[in-house]
Ligand binder design. Structure first.
Ligand SMILES: [Zn+2]
Length: 141
């Protein structure tokens, strides 16, 4: 029997990892869960999910998913979240802001690349519901 498909983000299975977030059945409870689900959305070229989880204040008007058919996402490595670092250092945490540092690997035309990004996320509350949104990212040297 074939093993169940692992989640593109590195989780055990798509059905129990990012699948429920992409389908709308569940809301990512943390910035890291949102970040992972957005990576998975990139691998599946899910433009609608990427737009829905990008904060309106920074959402680009142009398409997010690359038309470059040659681009293949290879894997994701989450380095750490800001809140984890703050907790370790006993610094105050903001409940509605977080950052996640990650490295995503991809290949274009047979050449491997690394995307090293520190993403910022904010949480919005409305109608008794809380949702994390991607805000923007910086690229450490
Ligand atoms: Zn996943």
């Amino acid at each position: 029997m074939p093993a169940p498909a692992t989640c593109p983000c590195g989780g055990a299975s798509f059905a129990t990892c990012c699948g429920p977030y992409l389908s709308g059945a569940a809301i990512p409870p943390t910035a890291e869960a949102l970040m992972r689900s957005r990576y998975t959305a990139y691998t599946r070229r899910d433009e609608a999910y990427l737009r829905a989880t990008w904060h309106p204040s920074t959402l680009p008007p142009t398409p997010i998913v690359s038309d470059d058919e040659a681009l293949r996402w290879l894997g994701l490595e989450v380095k750490s979240s800001l809140r984890l670092r703050q907790r370790k250092a006993n610094l105050p945490e903001s409940p509605d802001a977080d950052t996640v540092e990650f490295v995503a690997r991809y290949r274009v035309d047979g050449r491997g690349h690394r995307l090293h990004e520190v993403s910022r996320f904010v949480r919005e509350h409305s109608g008794g519901e809380s949702r994390w949104y991607y805000l923007d990212g910086t690229f450490p040297a």
